[in-house]
Each structure stands twice: as C-alpha cells, then as structure tokens.
Design a protein around this ligand. Structure first.
Ligand SMILES: NC(=O)c1ccc[n+]([C@@H]2O[C@H](COP(=O)([O-])OP(=O)(O)OC[C@H]3O[C@@H](n4cnc5c(N)ncnc54)[C@H](OP(=O)(O)O)[C@@H]3O)[C@@H](O)[C@H]2O)c1
Length: 371
C-alpha cells in the first residue's frame, strides 16, 4: 500500500521519505462516466502527466466499462471503500449525496479529496478554491477536502477576481444564460431529444405548441428547453430564490473573502449544450475605465478579452465551448455610474466551470505531496 501524504498515517506501511517524494501521486476520479468526469479524463490526458495510477470509479451500474485516459483503456471500478486503497488525491464528480457520504471515506483512507459537488462548498472547514484567485486557500483543509465552486460562479469569477484586485468590488448583479450540460448528461440528452422532436416543424409561434411536441421528455428541466429559455436552475429556496442563485451569491463571497459583498443573481437555462454565459453589472469602490478594464483583463491569467462589437467580435457559447479560458466582451462603463462596469462573460461550464478547475486544484495538492 502506498502512503497518502508525507507526515500523515500511511496505513501501517513505513516508506522512506525519498521514496515517498520520488513517486507520482495516485489519483482516483469518482464519477468518471458522467458529464464532468468525461471532460476531466480528456483534460488529464492533455495536461502535464503528474499522476501515477489514475483509477476510474463510478456507480455499480458502470463497473467493468472501459474508458480511455492518457491514451490507455482503464476499467471502471464500482465505488467502495477498497477503491480508495493507495489513492493520494480523489476527485469527486458525483451528485451531492454521493460526495457527502463517500468523500469522508476517501479522506479516512488517506486521500485528499477535490469535490465538485455542492456538498461541502459552504463548510467553513473546507476551502473553496479557484487557483487564479485564492490558490493559497487550498493548503488549509481541516477536513481533508477542497471544494470546487459551482459552474456558474466559476464561469465569471476569474475575470471578476482580476478586476476586484485593481478596483475593489462592492456589488455584483448577474444574469446567467446557462447551458444544459450544467444539469449533467441528462440535460444534454434532453435537449438533443427535444431538438429531434421539433426539427423540421414550424413550431414555436403558438402557445404551448413546443410543450405538446416534446411531451413528457422534460428531463431535468421544468419546461421545454428547445426553442425556449427557462428562468430556473436548481431547486426552490426561501422567498422564491433558486439554489443556483444563492450559490452564485454565497460562493462568490467565500472565494473573494468578502462575506458582505452585495450579490444578486437571476439564473436562466438556455438551449446551449455547453458554456455558460453571464451578463454582469459589477460595481467597484473606485472609478473605472473601459481601457483600464481591458488592460487588467488582458493580462489576467486564464482570461481572454474578445471585445470589438464593430467587427462583430464578442464571446458566444458556440465559439467558446471546448476552450479553457474565461472569455470577456461587451465591456462598457455604466452610463449612470462611473464606478460600474457591464460585461458579458462566457466560460465552458464543464472545463473551467468544473473539470479544469478541479484538475488545477489537484495539481496544487500534488505539488504539496511531492508529485
Ligand atoms: N455539469 C456541470 O456543468 C457541473 C459543473 C460543476 C459541478 N458539477 C457537479 O459535478 C457533479 C457531477 O455532475 P455531472 O454533471 O457530471 O453529473 P452526471 O453527468 O449525472 O454524472 C454523475 C456521475 O456520478 C456517478 N454516480 C451517480 N450515482 C453514483 C453512486 N451512487 N455511486 C457512485 N457513482 C455515482 C455516475 O456514475 P454512473 O454513470 O455509473 O451512473 C456518473 O459518473 C455534480 O455534483 C454536479 O453538481 C457539475
């Protein structure tokens, strides 16, 4: 058995310090068959090969399936306590309740968990990390868990963190245009099925005609998503807010270390497969200029400015899908407020919004472990 971390219990096996630091850390991907897991395997195959074994784990339904990572076929194992034997870092891309139950098991077996679910994000003993904004937070993890923010917050926070560092953020008003893959593989399957059902028809101009055509194939959405926009993402919370809207507020505050930041979000689902877009009104302590914002954003790691409306240049999900950066366009100073900027931001919700950010956190942890 391989010890998890220098200085931590090593499951009863003593290994010389140089042997510990010489080997590459072993990684488990829990939820390897899902929407985020699938993208993560591609990202792990393309980034620097810092991992020893990469073990793939999913539900018993998927046990025995073969998936490709780093060019090799790997058999999927069913989630169990033994599946974490010898694992140093476990990335969880599973529903909240599965992470809530199994992340502590992985920690008890000696792994550091990087969790993509919402189970631990607001736990004060779990850091919520975006490496470009608060990488330092990943080093302090009392529960052995580092949380990955939700995809909507992640799709904008790298750009906003850079502007905050210069101008001092005081308020965010966000409207999201969220892709169906944010609701997992089931969301993607639903949009594709509905598009097939309406393809070649004249539907979309009479009340309820799309709803009748798609029938009971609403999938994870409360209304038809093809030829539609749906002002709802997540579950119902107090006073009419959706869980997704509260996540944007709470998680932005935690990542930026600003517990009193004023944040309002309205989250809307749109018929886009992958890449969330956000229209952001950001107010700052100091006066802003468009030229200054362009300069800050253009030099921020992980941000690309695409902002020349005269040439039809601005980010759109269909151009951004499959890319790593946060794309920013339509930068304007608010007409009635010299301290506020209007921005349109796009980010691939499965890459920086989920798998890429987790891979980056995993790399920070691996570097600590000597990987
Ligand atoms: N989609 C996004 O944009 C996004 C962004 C950020 C965070 N997240 C979060 O990431 C997590 C995964 O999301 P997703 O979109 O990838 O979901 P998904 O496509 O539905 O995939 C879920 C994964 O979890 C596995 N799983 C489900 N129940 C399990 C169980 N009881 N034991 C073991 N494995 C189980 C599934 O395995 P089987 O295939 O065997 O069922 C599958 O690999 C969720 O917590 C989600 O909120 C998603």
């Amino acid at each position: 058995m391989i010890p998890a971390e220098a200085g931590r219990p090593s499951h009863g096996v003593t290994v010389a310090a140089d042997a510990r630091t010489a080997r590459k850390p072993h990684l488990a991907v829990v939820g390897a068959t899902g929407a985020v897991g699938t993208v993560l395997l591609g990202i792990l195959s393309a980034r620097a090969d810092i991992w020893g074994e990469i073990r793939l784990i999913a539900s018993p339904r998927s046990a025995g399936r073969k998936l490709t990572v780093r060019g090799e076929e790997v058999e999927v194992a069913a989630l169990s306590e033994d599946a974490f034997d010898g694992i140093d870092v476990a990335m969880f891309d599973v529903p909240d309740e599965v992470s809530a139950q199994w992340a502590p098991v992985a920690v008890s077996k000696g792994a550091v968990v990087v969790d993509n679910s919402g189970a631990f994000r607001m736990d004060p003993d779990v850091p919520l990390v975006v490496p470009e904004v608060n990488a330092h937070a990943a080093r302090v993890r009392p529960r052995g868990i580092v949380a990955n923010p939700n995809c909507t917050t992640l799709s904008m926070i790298v750009a906003l963190g850079a502007l905050h560092a210069e101008y001092g953020l005081s308020e965010l008003i966000v409207s999201s245009y969220q892709a169906v893959s944010g609701a997992g593989q089931a969301g993607v399957d639903t949009l594709r099925a509905q598009l097939s059902a309406i393809s070649g028809t004249e539907l979309g101009s009479a009340p309820g005609d799309v709803r009748r055509a798609v029938g009971d194939t609403l999938g994870p959405f409360p209304a038809p998503i093809a030829l539609n926009v749906v002002p709802w993402a997540g579950s119902l919370r107090e006073d009419g807010w959706s869980s997704e809207e509260l996540k944007v507020r709470n998680e932005s505050r935690k990542i930026l270390g600003m517990p009193d930041l004023r944040v309002t979000a309205t989250c809307v689902r749109v018929p886009v497969i992958t890449t969330h877009s956000l229209a952001v009104h950001a107010r700052f302590e100091n006066e802003v200029t468009v030229a200054g914002a362009h300069e800050i954003l253009a030099s921020a790691p992980g941000v690309v400015v695409s902002d020349d409306p005269a040439e039809g240049e601005f980010p759109t999900p269909s151009d951004v899908a499959g890319t790593d950066p946060t794309w920013v366009g339509r930068v304007r100073r608010s007409l009635d407020d010299p301290r506020a900027l209007e921005l349109f931001v796009c980010g691939d919700n499965l890459r920086k919004g989920a798998a890429l950010n987790a891979a980056q956190i995993g790399e920070l942890v691996a570097a600590e472990l000597g990987g």
